[in-house]
Structure formats: C-alpha cells, structure tokens
Ligand binder design. Structure first.
Ligand code: HEC
Ligand code: HEC
Length: 456
C-alpha cells in the first residue's frame, strides 16, 4: 500500500480515535470544568503526606488476622485491601491504579486532595463529588505514622499534627471545620503567616461532607450558609504554613476552574425500580410538607436556601456554635471574603435546609452523618443510638446504608480502628435527634415520600 494511502486508511483513523479518547478522558480538553478535575487529581497543592513505599507497607502494622491475610495476598490484592481499610477508591474510567483521593506524582509521593472527603462510592461505583462515607483519615494517619517509624522515614505535618488534633472519630466523618479554624488562626487578612500566635480555642467535632452537586443550586455554602459562593473559599484547605499568601494568588485561577468543575457535577440516578404512582403521591405530600424548606425539583426546580433556626430543626447544635461570630467576621475581612466586599452571614441562627438532589446516594444523613437511611430520617423515634454498616452494598428498602444497630457501643469493641467503624450518636456533636417534621405524616404518607425521594 502506498504510504499516503496507508496513512489515510490506518494511521489517520487511529490518530483521530486516540484524540477523541483523550478528549473524553479530559487529557487535552480545554473546558474549564475538565481542567478543574485535572487540577484536583494531578496537581499537589500541599506538601506530600507519604510515599508509595510507605503506603504499600502499611499492612505490616495491621492487626491480625488482617496482617497474615495481607502477607499471603498478591500485591494488587493487598492494595485493594489497603484501599478498603482506609476508604480509598480507584478513579472512575482510569486504570492507573491511583486513588481518586490522593494526587500521586511521578516520584510516587502521595498528597491528599479534596476527593478524600468529596469522592466516594455507592453500589460499587465511584463518583467524584459524592461524600466519601468510608474515609478513615484517623486510621490511615495512625498506620502511616507507625509504618514510617518502622521504615525510619521522617514524619509529615499530618502525622505529627494528628497527635494534637483529632481528625475524625468515625469513618466517613472528619473534623474538617476545625482544620480550617486551626489554620486560619495563624494568618492575617492578607494570609501572611504568623506562626507565633497563641493556639485558638477549638471545639472539635465531626461532620459529613455535603455532595458537590448541591453547589450549583446554592448562593451561600456550608450547613450554616455563612459563606457566599466563590472560588476563594475552595482554597482554605491549602492554608498550611508552607503555602504563603503569594501561592493563593498564583493558584486562584486553577480554583476558578475547580469552581466550574464543582458547578458541573450532576447526581447519579437511582438505579432500581421506582413505583411511579406512589412517587407521584409522594410528590404532593412533599410539596405540602417539605418543599417550603427543601425547594422543588424537576422542570421548575427552585431552591430557597432557607435558614432554619436551631429551635425549629433541633438537630445537633455543636457545628453551629463551634464557629463564632468572630471566626466568620475574620473570614469576611480576609482575602477569602474579598476584604469585606462579599456579604458574609456572621451570625447565622441555625442550619440551611439542603437541596435533596441525588439524596438516595448520599447516606448517611444530617450534617453530622448520624442517620443511616432515609427511612430513619422519616422516623425520628426509630433512629439507632449506635450503628455500623454491614458488608451489604445498599439498603433498597430503607434507602441508604445497610446497618446493624445497638443501644450502646458493644463492650468488646476496644480497638480504636474498629471503634471508628461504629457511629455512636452519644458522642459530642454526633446526636441524631431533631428534624421532627416528618412526624406530622402518617405511615402511608411517609412510604410515598420515601418513594418520591428516590426520583430526585
Ligand atoms: C477532610 C475532609 C475534607 C476535605 C479534604 C475537603 N473538604 Fe470540603 N467539606 C468538608 C466538610 C465536612 C464540609 C461541610 C462543612 C460545613 O458545612 O460546615 C465541606 C464543605 C465543602 C463545600 C461546601 C458545599 C456546600 O454545599 O455547602 C465545598 C464547595 C467544598 N467543601 C469544597 C472543597 C474543596 C474544593 C476541597 C479541596 C480543595 C475540599 N472541599 C476539601 C470536608 C472536606
Ligand atoms: C422547616 C424546614 C424544614 C422542613 C419543613 C423539612 N426539612 Fe428536611 N431539613 C431541614 C434542615 C434545616 C435540614 C438540615 C439539618 C441538619 O443537617 O442538621 C434538613 C435535612 C433533611 C434531610 C437530610 C439531608 C442530607 O443531605 O443529609 C432530608 C433527607 C430531609 N431534610 C428531608 C425532608 C423531608 C422529606 C421533609 C418533609 C417531610 C422535610 N425534610 C421537611 C429543614 C426542613
């Protein structure tokens, strides 16, 4: 075949095909949202947490019988076991073997990214933007610290910091809000670092991250709705000492792309059958009882972003009081609040009713992740005091996490890592009380609303 012909017949289609593949995978794409995802998964904005060698050796500090099982496993099985222990997932449509939740660079250095808390799994599929309800930050950090000591490697900021600051008492929830407070305490309004300031007063408590597909619906973010939506708040995660004020200015344009990316995320659809007639009944009940706070869905979707006073909603109060008026005012006066230009709600009175798009996928519920299923949300008096998810993938009857439950933490549970697999609503900031609004519905009405919620 003459060269020109072979070029047309064989090479050109191949080149075009590979070009399209890379477009789809986002590699050469120049869309801001695609660039945003690329930044989050490939660019490290913090000093690395640990290296590949350390991660691959963590099994050596696991408790028995896990350690023996890992010793006999192949390296790829062992990696899968480690991902499972720490709540990490592989990236969707990507066979690099890298976790969604960490940037892994060419030197094999791992750096945590936003997906550690904001990228999780439901029904075995990984969705960037879905809260990571398995993330075991405290257990991972403990194991990494022990492994580094065994290997004679230096400890990182996170390894040392976690000795003084709780990271998360239950897998799937983190003390993220206090990380922000701790980091901001050493900055002035321009974000210059003042390492010698006194440590701030802290109210440690855990939260369940919200799904990122709510972002496009909101004007103000966070459960108490204090911060106006903007690219800058997305950068608070990077306030470690090594990142001076110039880094924030330099990286702001990356985070405009991240902003576009987060705004583009859509929730996954409920994959099982829905009883359409029952859901239609549920819609009517929802409109009469819930829409005033949670808005409407479908064609004429409307989201009011309604702040509900703590007196009314009566869910756990700790998150609201953990941030003071002073914190929020400091935020407003700083680079994050564009030096007072943005209107910040410095004195919120409660929590903002979130949108419920994709609600079937984002269990557990309430801002602290204390309620395992939508059925339990609709039955306030039936919520378990202590619960633990089972091996099963999903609860299609109650919609959410399949669980076992107890009146109190079983006495035999003493190992710290095992304890974190239990959600204990008796702990500070972890109450599952409140949001009693469904009590005005009878059992049949609740059944219909539950069916309707699957359609969102
Ligand atoms: C350690 C866990 C963790 C990490 C890492 C993390 N977040 Fe979050 N994020 C949270 C939690 C928890 C909240 C809820 C805070 C609240 O409402 O008070 C939150 C809230 C948000 C919100 C507000 C959403 C809404 O609907 O109100 C956005 C946006 C967000 N995070 C973006 C990011 C970005 C971008 C990064 C990475 C640069 C990041 N987060 C890293 C835990 C985390
Ligand atoms: C008066 C306002 C109000 C009414 C009425 C109301 N809610 Fe809520 N709802 C809230 C607030 C506020 C929250 C957040 C509470 C928290 O996280 O502490 C919430 C949380 C939820 C959540 C959990 C969301 C998540 O992502 O964790 C669901 C589900 C929910 N409501 C469903 C309903 C349903 C169904 C009804 C009607 C039967 C209803 N709500 C009525 C204010 C309301």
């Amino acid at each position: 075949m003459p060269f020109a012909k072979s070029l047309l017949r064989i090479w050109l289609p191949l080149i075009l095909a590979s070009y399209f593949v890379s477009m789809v995978s986002g590699e050469f794409s120049n869309q801001p949202a695609d660039r945003g995802y690329h930044f989050l998964t490939e660019k490290a904005y913090l000093p690395p947490d640990f290296d590949e060698q350390t991660f691959n050796a963590t099994w050596q500090v696991w408790p028995e019988p896990l350690r023996s099982r890992a010793a006999e496993a192949t390296p790829s099985e062992r990696r899968r076991m480690a991902f499972e222990r720490y709540g990490l997932t592989f990236r969707p449509d990507d066979d690099s073997g890298k976790p969604l939740q960490y940037v892994v660079d060419q030197q094999g250095q791992w750096t945590m990214n936003c997906f550690a808390c904001h990228g999780g799994q439901v029904l075995g599929d990984t969705y960037p933007g879905l809260p990571n309800n398995r993330f075991a930050l405290e257990t991972l950090t403990e194991d990494i610290r022990k492994t580094k000591l065994q290997l004679g490697k230096p400890l990182s900021r996170m390894d040392v910091g976690s000795l003084f600051m709780p990271l998360g008492k239950t897998n799937g929830t983190t003390n993220a809000v206090m990380f922000g407070v701790a980091l901001m305490a050493y900055r002035d309004a321009d974000l210059n670092v003042h390492p010698n300031r006194l440590p701030p007063k802290m109210v440690h408590h855990d939260m369940d991250a919200p799904p990122w597909w709510h972002f496009q619906r909101k004007e103000y973010i966070y459960i108490d709705g204090f911060a106006p939506k903007d690219a800058r708040p997305l950068m608070q995660f990077m306030l470690v000492e090594q990142n001076g004020p110039e880094k924030f200015r330099q990286w702001e344009s990356d985070y405009q792309d991240v902003f576009e990316y987060i705004s583009s995320i859509k929730p996954p659809k409920y994959p099982f059958e829905i009883d359409a007639a029952l859901a239609q009944k549920g819609l009517k009940i929802f409109e009469a009882n819930c829409a005033e706070c949670h808005g409407t869905y479908g064609e004429n979707a409307d989201y009011p972003g309604k702040m509900v006073s703590l007196d009314s909603v009566q869910t756990d109060p700790v998150r609201l009081s953990a941030l003071s008026e002073q914190h929020r005012a400091g935020y407003q006066a700083s680079w994050f609040g564009r030096f007072g230009e943005k209107e910040v709600i410095t004195n919120p009175t409660g929590y903002v009713a979130p949108p419920l798009d994709g609600i079937w996928a984002s269990a557990p519920y309430l801002h602290n992740g204390s309620v395992p299923t939508l059925w339990h949300l609709l039955h306030p008096s039936e919520r378990p005091a202590v619960w633990k998810r089972t091996e099963a993938e999903y609860d299609q009857i109650r919609i959410g996490l399949p669980i076992e439950s107890w009146d109190r933490l079983p006495a035999e549970v003493t190992d710290a890592a095992v304890k974190r697999t239990y959600f204990d609503t008796g702990r500070f900031g972890m109450q599952a009380s409140g949001h009693d609004y469904p009590n005005q519905l009878d059992e049949q009405e609740k059944r219909a609303v539950l069916e309707y919620l699957k359609t969102l």
